[in-house]
Design a protein around this ligand. Structure first.
Ligand code: SF4
Length: 352
């Protein structure tokens, strides 16, 4: 389940968790559109500052830079103060998505007292809640506690890929697809919903294989999921992926690839969506030229589950540069950022 050499390399890049950040305020709060109740609506999002993911004690996922936000000394009181800040922030939104730099259901990260305080407070304002967790914390006990709240709850799991080799040798997630299936059954047994997050284009995989893996993973996760969210890679600081990218060994996926995954999974027996973080930026999913219209259509299709306009745009657009890239990259023995490589050999500076 673990590639030890990869795990060690990822660990080496991680900064210390001892730092002087505000422990009484969440990392971030904002609102955005999502469709957790079957239609697009204003949704509050909070990232609580915690001690961080249990996996950080050993290593991290190769793309995960959430450790940049953790604080090793967050106490119960600090977390409860963060909940109070969230309560002040909520202004009529009935849907809330909760992230930590790890797992909201990990009792070491969010201890019992803070968890109960959160549920008591938030359930007075929120009708629908999404919380994210690694599979090992999706226990019967944790599900019962959420089920017994007055809120509808959707559990989110970062599946990333259903290919165990990719999980081990590319994502470094320390898990496998069977664990996801087992966790999904616990969620379902308790009549809670499940969102599966997939990662489009983990490192060491070329663009075409990444697209095919994401499409297959959507269909593998669909029977267990209320929805599947496809997250194209965005490059976060101090990660292995950032290191590869800076050296020209990694390029984030093209927006055309995101569109292809969506358009090739419209028949999946669940909702499939994608809200590309950092879309059209160098660190996020982008084409050879900025394409605001395509990004807008990806969001629109995802929010409304109507893929017609995206399909039309895809069909009428000139995608030759994308197709050339796919074909050239597929002929290489290892994936490479061809744009960066060409700039290098032509003498152009690569600014990072
Ligand atoms: S499990 Fe989640 S929070 Fe933990 S290292 Fe992986 S991506 Fe980051």
């Amino acid at each position: 389940m673990i590639n030890r050499d990869l795990a060690v390399q990822v660990k080496r890049l991680m900064p210390s968790r001892e730092r002087d950040t505000d422990r009484n305020s969440p990392v971030s709060m904002w609102t955005e559109l999502d469709r957790l109740r079957g239609y697009p609506e204003d949704t509050a999002v909070v990232i609580f500052r915690t001690r961080g993911c249990a996996w950080y004690d050993f290593t991290s996922c190769s793309m995960c830079g959430y450790f940049n936000d953790v604080n090793a000394n967050v106490s119960d009181e600090n977390l409860m103060n963060q909940v109070d800040r969230l309560m002040d922030f909520l202004s009529g939104q009935k849907v809330l998505k909760v992230f930590t730099s790890g797992s909201f259901l990990d009792r070491r990260e969010v201890p019992e007292r803070a968890f109960n305080y959160f549920v008591d407070k938030v359930s007075t304002k929120v009708d629908k809640l999404l919380v994210e967790s690694r599979t090992e914390f999706i226990t019967q006990e944790n599900m019962e506690r959420l089920r017994d709240s007055s809120m509808d709850v959707r559990i989110a799991i970062g599946v990333e890929s259903t290919n165990d080799k990719i999980i081990r040798d590319s994502v470094n997630k320390g898990t496998n697809f069977k664990k996801f299936v087992d966790a999904a059954k616990v969620v379902s047994k308790n009549d809670l919903e499940l969102r599966s997050y997939l990662l489009l284009k983990p490192p060491f995989i070329n663009e075409e294989n990444a697209v095919q893996d994401a499409i297959k993973s959507v269909y593998d996760c669909a029977p267990y999921s209320s929805d599947v969210s496809v997250n194209p890679m965005n490059i976060q600081k101090n990660t292995l992926v950032e290191k590869l990218w800076k050296r020209g060994h990694y390029r984030p996926p093209w927006l055309w690839s995101v569109a292809r995954v969506l358009l090739n999974t419209v028949d999946a027996p669940t909702e499939v969506l994608s809200y590309p973080t950092g879309g059209n930026s160098e660190r996020g999913s982008h084409n050879d030229k900025k394409d605001p219209e395509l990004l807008k259509l990806i969001f629109h299709a995802s929010l409304n589950q109507d893929f017609n306009k995206l399909r039309e745009y895809y069909d009428i657009s000139d995608r030759r540069s994308y197709e050339t890239y796919i074909s050239a990259e597929s002929s290489l023995p290892v994936p490479y950022d061809l744009d960066s490589f060409i700039r290098k050999i032509s003498g152009g500076a690569v600014s990072i």
